[in-house]
Every structure is written in structure tokens, then in C-alpha cells.
Design a protein around this ligand. Structure first.
Ligand code: NAD
Length: 486
């Protein structure tokens, strides 16, 4: 099912790179070679851009309703092959099949939403200040869209960008994450089977600087949508802004979850476990700062530590979470925890690579809770993107709110309280793109806008209908009539 070599899709043609270079993709669950992957360079990206430019005018001329029908066929293909997609996601991320199936279901839902948007690519009709003049806006494609994604939820990340960019009439070039090449590859196969015209979607494999950077720099790529780290987002922002491309940046987080003294502590514990550790903490929306009122601090901490120690780590469906994506990521996290420890942090549980027989060959880290850190320590401010969360003690609500906002990031936040007053003030004042009451920190549903403030993004919002504003141009149209000619 998973081929030994993952080529590029340039349009509907599978192709090796021009230099026939390949890199190795390892299985995060056991460190074994999973497949070899096309290592694209600038020349390959240019080829995909040429194919996109050639195909895009006819795709733009295809009525949006018909574009939606083709996208719907892709969705049906995903539904028919859901287990196959999920098996690939599971194999290349080191997560369980159950988790991968859930993620694939989310991607299908996203596809369904955008396929139907073909019937609703609304502009606006309005009044004019001049007699016999009529004003409206129409939505038009930008041209070629460059899509660059992270590896954490690979099929969801593909769907999140490909469907809205295509429904708007653009041709798209997706630069797959180097850690999850096969998920993007099978999506290309499904798109081909669904009858997506040649050149409308290319799926390029390779490393960021070699295959992503030329896409970002190319004058003919009118919109860049990027999901990944703030560090890389900053580079992309600079390069694409220089040539005035549209840019959407979906970046990192250091998300707070506040536990008030009136919270249902059982419910709060359940949501912290899910938010901090599901997908091995590799979610931009993961809870990594748990902010607890001092009057319930010890009680809540002890409940949380007890339940965290019982979490099962591995790739079978009874596990709570699996591996992290690569060894570098794992080692970086372990060393950040070591450094915090040297600076006086208390490791309540975890903090180490799992070295028992079942886990030693893979990239598994035990679920980690840490206390006694300063809110401005390095570990409190940097996103680790793994199953590591910090506990902080606060006096009262205002202290909790101040600490929730005292971070370079602003993606998601959650509060646990029975008070409508606290809940309302929190969602009003917390400086994030998503606020949640009495549940976890999480991303948005496919029909809702997601995005972050501060270093978590540049103010763009995807998905939802808001994503249509990323991938289309609005044009004002004025029609003047002469009533004497009627
Ligand atoms: P990363 O920034 O290292 O890589 C993301 C993608 O960018 C990869 O495809 C990579 O090849 C490419 N890339 C790297 N350097 C590039 C360059 N110079 N030019 C063009 N492309 C380049 O991120 P990662 O470690 O793979 O993913 C984790 C990060 O993604 C975390 O910070 C996480 O919070 C973030 N993320 C954000 C969201 C969101 O919606 N806000 C969702 C998922 C993940």
C-alpha cells in the first residue's frame, strides 16, 4: 500500500525529481526505513509552477459549482479509501489507527464544506451614491497558490489548504511536510482518480529550504499559505512580502488552560490530559501552560499527576498517544526539560525518552508535567510541540488572565469555571484566536475560522468561509445605466 518510493505529483503525472535525488523517511514508531522520498529542488518547483500557470485559466473558467462537484468526487474518494489513508497517516506519524481515522474524518468534513462552497462563492450587491449606478463585488481567483504544511496532522493539513484554494479557482502547489510525504502523495492519487484536471494540483516533496523556499520566492505564486513554526513563518513572511504576495501564516502556540477554584476538577483533569497529550502534544493548539488557582493547586496537581502516570503510550488503539515525529524533535524536547531541571524546575512525571523494550527504538517520550518554573523561563515561553506541560499557581482570576496573556503567542486558550462572569470576561480579554469554556484548547471546526494573534499568525483565518478571503481577490464592479435608453 505504501510504495518504497514517494515521487512528486506534477499535475496528474507521478515524477521523480529532475536530478533523481531521494531522501529517507523513517518510521517514528521503530526508527526503521519507511520509504524513500523525492528530494525536490528549485528546478522541480519551477516545473510545477509552469504546469499550474498553464492549467489555471481553464480551471478558473470552470463554473465554481462544477469545481465543487470535482472536489466532491475527491471527498468521495477519501471516504472510500478512509482506512487506507488512515493507515498511511498512522505509519508515517507513529500514531494509532484510531487517532488517524479520526483525523481523516476531519479532513473529509473539511473537503465537504469547501466542495459545497462552489454554490456559495458570494460577492456583495449594494447601493451606489450615484443615480443609475449599481455596485457589487465578485470573487476571482488569485492564480497560483503555494501551500506549505507541517507534519503533525498530515491529512487534515492537506485538506485545510487544498480544498479552499481549489474551490476559489486557483491552481495549487502543495509542498508536503518532509516527515509525512506519503499522506500528501495518496491525496494526489485520489485527486487524479476524481478527475481533477492536469496541472491544477501538484504535490511536491522535499525539504523546506530546497523545495519550500523557491515556491515562496517565485513571482508567479500569488498567494502563500503556510502552517508551521513561527521561526519559518517569519522567513516566509519576509520573502513573500517583498514581492507583495498574499500571505497566510498559521503558526505556533503556548496555550494556557486556566483552572479556577470553582472548576469541576474531574472535567478539568480530563481536558488537560486530552489537550496536553493527544497526538503526543504535537498540536499547535495543545495546552502547554496549566494555570491553577492556589486554593485548588495541590489537589488538582495531585489528581493530574496520578492520571498522567496511567496514560498509555504507543501505537495501538488502546493507547492515549504515540510517537513524536522524528528523533531531532524528541532530543530537543528532552534537552529543554533537562535545562529547566538544572534551573530549579520540578519534574512531576515523565521528562525522558522511553527506553523499555516496546518503545526504545521509536521516538517516544513519557507524558511530562513540570512545576516550579518562572513564567519567563525559556521553557515557559518556547513552544516544545510535544507531550510536555507546565503548571503555574495564581492568586485569583485577574492574575490567571494576566499570566494567560503574558506570552509571545496567542493561538488558543481555555478556562474551567462555573461562573458565567469569569467565563465571559476570560473569552473577552484573552488575547487569542480561539477561546474555550470548560473544555480543552483545540483548533476550529472546518466551518469556523482559525488563527492566532501575536507570534501565532499574521491575522489570517482559515478554514471557514474566511479562508475564501485568502484564496480569492475581490473585485468591485459598477454598472451605469442610461434610463432614457430603456
Ligand atoms: P516547520 O516550520 O519546521 O516546517 C513546516 C513546513 O515548512 C515544512 O513543510 C517545511 O519543509 C517547510 N519549511 C521549512 N523551512 C522553510 C523555508 N525556509 N521556506 C519554505 N518552507 C520551509 O514546522 P514543523 O516543525 O514541521 O511543525 C510544527 C510547527 O507547526 C509548530 O510550531 C506548530 O505549532 C505549527 N503548527 C501550526 C498550526 C496552526 O494552524 N497554527 C497547525 C499545525 C502546526
Amino acid at each position: 500500500m505504501l510504495p518504497n518510493q514517494i515521487p512528486n505529483w506534477i499535475g496528474i503525472q507521478e515524477q521523480p525529481t529532475q536530478a533523481n535525488e531521494w531522501f529517507e523517511k523513517l518510521n517514528p514508531a521503530n526508527g526503521h526505513l519507511l520509504c524513500k522520498v523525492a528530494r525536490s529542488r528549485e528546478a522541480d518547483i519551477k516545473q510545477a509552477i509552469e504546469a499550474a500557470k498553464k492549467a489555471q485559466p481553464a480551471w478558473a473558467d470552470t463554473p465554481a459549482v462544477q469545481r465543487g462537484m470535482i472536489l466532491h468526487k475527491i471527498v468521495v474518494g477519501m471516504q472510500n479509501r478512509q482506512s487506507e489513508i488512515a493507515a498511511i497517516v498512522a505509519a508515517e506519524t507513529g500514531k494509532s489507527m484510531k487517532e488517524a481515522l479520526g483525523e481523516t474524518g476531519g479532513a473529509i468534513q473539511c473537503g465537504l464544506f469547501y466542495a459545497s462552497e462552489g454554490q456559495r462563492l458570494y460577492g456583495r450587491t449594494t447601493t451606489s451614491g450615484t443615480a443609475n449606478k449599481y455596485a457589487m463585488t465578485i470573487r476571482q481567483p488569485i492564480g497560483v497558490a503555494g501551500l506549505i504544511i507541517a507534519a503533525n496532522t498530515p491529512i487534515a493539513n492537506v485538506a485545510w489548504k487544498v480544498f479552499p484554494s481549489l474551490i476559489c479557482g486557483n491552481a495549487a502547489i502543495l509542498k508536503a511536510a518532509e516527515d509525512t510525504p506519503a499522506t500528501a502523495w495518496i491525496f494526489g492519487q485520489i485527486a487524479k482518480e476524481a478527475g481533477l484536471p492536469d496541472g491544477v494540483l501538484s504535490i511536491m516533496q522535499g525539504f523546506g529550504e530546497e523545495a519550500g523556499a523557491p515556491l515562496v520566492a517565485h513571482q508567479d505564486v500569488g498567494v502563500i499559505s503556510f502552517t508551521g513554526s513561527t521561526e519559518v513563518g517569519r522567513i516566509i513572511n519576509r520573502v513573500a512580502a517583498e514581492r507583495f504576495a498574499r500571505i497566510s501564516l498559521e503558526l505556533g502556540g503556548k496555550n494556557p488552560l486556566v483552572v479556577c477554584d470553582d472548576a469541576d476538577l474531574e472535567n478539568a483533569t480530563k481536558w488537560v490530559l486530552l489537550s496536553a497529550f493527544s497526538n503526543a502534544g504535537q498540536r499547535c493548539a495543545s495546552t502547554s501552560r496549566i494555570i491553577i488557582f492556589e486554593s485548588v493547586y495541590e489537589k488538582f496537581r495531585d489528581m493530574l499527576v496520578e492520571k498522567t502516570k496511567k496514560l498509555k503510550v504507543g501505537i495501538t488503539d488502546d493507547c492515549d498517544f504515540g510517537a513524536v515525529i522524528n528523533e531531532g524533535q524528541l532530543l530537543g524536547m528532552v534537552s529543554a526539560v533537562e535545562k529547566a531541571k538544572k534551573n530549579g524546575a520540578t519534574i512531576l512525571c515523565g521528562g525522558e525518552r522511553m527506553t523499555d523494550a516496546e518503545h526504545k527504538d521509536g521516538y517516544f517520550i513519557a507524558p511530562t508535567l513540570i512545576e516550579n518554573v518562572d513564567p519567563h523561563d525559556e521553557i515557559s515561553e518556547c513552544e516544545l510541540f510535544g507531550p510536555v506541560a507546565l503548571l503555574f499557581k495564581v492568586k485569583d482570576f485577574e492574575h490567571a488572565l494576566q499570566m494567560a496573556n503574558d506570552t509571545p503567542y496567542g493561538l488558543t486558550a481555555s478556562i474551567h469555571t462555573k461562573s458565567i462572569h469569569r467565563a465571559t470576561r476570560f473569552y473577552d480579554k484573552v488575547q487569542t484566536g480561539v477561546a474555550v469554556v470548560n473544555a480543552g484548547t483545540h483548533g476550529s471546526e472546518p466551518h469556523m475560522p482559525f488563527g492566532g494573534r501575536k507570534l501565532s499568525g499574521n491575522g489570517s483565518r482559515e478554514p471557514g468561509t474566511e479562508a475564501l478571503n485568502i484564496y480569492s481577490e475581490l473585485k468591485d464592479v459598477y454598472i451605469n445605466i442610461d434610463p432614457t435608453q430603456v
